[in-house]
Ligand binder design. Structure first.
Ligand code: ATP
Length: 307
């Protein structure tokens, strides 16, 4: 599938199949094409090339059928802070043409599901960030969708609240709902998603279970901060021929080398750098992270972290 805007190819040859009941994450930096992908799936914009199907329907030709089968929760909190949780849900129920007993039943059902039944008649202004997000999600679940789209579900939430939202989303998926979310938080992709697709500049770089993607790199990742003024290109050239180094890149001023074992490679790496007169200011190594997977595919980092 391709989506081209005037000057930008927002989605470039994306091919994906999401499985029923999984939490699937689209992971990538700003501008990677994640939101555009969700807008395509919702039928809010149409592909320039290619076709897609959502719950058996073509969003371009049957947008109503797609919208009946899916729920959408945007980046911004959509609920009105001056209404109660129940009043907010009444507004959304109106959008879905739910009336009378059916409306009352569904509202009770989603309030239970998101754990807000006891706060149903409190104004949203008094809710925590996580509670507001859960109410937002409740609005997206009122029409009992099979698939829920979440655009950056924990953007701007603190770490503790973020974890609580993850647990809650895992619980929903455990009950059979399929969840497709976008994120640029590595930890979110790692902890929450059954599978992730790493996107960059509209292109799919890798798809798989987070652990599988990390294991795919093999070995350890060695990070070296060189002494001031040391030429990174020379350092890369010095390490490339070493048998213990399977790949080496300079990323944001840090030398990143993939090695079988950090501990055994380190002396050889230090020797090779010393031979070309390069000093090392700091060293660390670890098992690969999803950031390393991103680096391996794009040559850039998704998240900042030091050595
Ligand atoms: N309506 C539009 N018109 C022109 N360009 C667009 C439009 N929508 C998106 N783009 C461009 O397409 C690219 C992908 O944008 P998109 O919003 O899908 O990325 P994203 O991964 O969701 O990023 P973010 O995390 O910032 O939301 C960007 O370069 C963006 O500027």
């Amino acid at each position: 599938m391709v989506k081209r805007f005037a000057k930008v190819v927002a989605v470039d040859g994306l091919s994906l199949a999401i499985r029923e009941g999984e939490v699937f994450g689209l992971l990538g930096p700003n501008g990677a094409g994640k939101t555009t992908t969700i807008r395509l799936l919702l039928g809010l914009t149409h592909p320039t090339e290619g076709r897609l199907r959502v719950c058996g329907h073509d969003p371009t030709r049957e947008p109503q059928a797609v919208r009946r089968s899916v729920g959408y929760v945007g980046q911004e909190i959509a609920v009105d802070p001056y209404l109660t949780a129940r009043e907010n849900l009444m507004v959304f129920a109106g959008l879905y043409h739910l009336r009378g007993d059916e409306r009352r039943r569904r509202i009770e059902e989603v309030l239970e599901l998101v754990g807000l039944a006891e706060r149903a008649d409190d104004v949203v202004r008094t809710f925590s960030g996580g509670m507001k997000k859960r109410l937002d999600i409740a609005c997206g679940l009122l029409h009992r969708p099979r698939l829920l789209f979440l655009d950056e579900p924990t953007l701007g939430l603190d770490v503790e609240t973020r974890r609580r939202v993850w647990d809650f989303l895992k619980g929903l998926a455990g009950q059979g709902l399929t969840v497709l979310l976008t994120t640029h938080y590595l930890e979110e992709a790692d902890r929450l998603c059954d599978r992730v697709a790493i996107m960059d500049r509209g292109k799919l770089q890798a798809v798989g279970h987070p652990q599988e993607l990390k294991d795919g790199l093999g070995g350890d990742v060695l990070r070296l901060r060189l002494a001031a003024e040391a030429p990174l290109a020379t350092a890369v050239e010095a390490l490339e021929p070493l048998p213990c180094v399977s790949a080496v890149q300079s990323i944001d001023g840090v030398l990143v080398a993939r090695v079988r074992s950090g501990e055994s490679a380190l002396p050889q790496v230090m020797d090779a750098l010393a031979r070309v007169g390069i000093g090392v200011a700091a060293v660390s190594w670890s098992r690969p992270t999803l950031d390393d997977v991103f680096v391996a595919h794009t040559g850039r980092r998704l998240e900042e972290h030091g050595v």
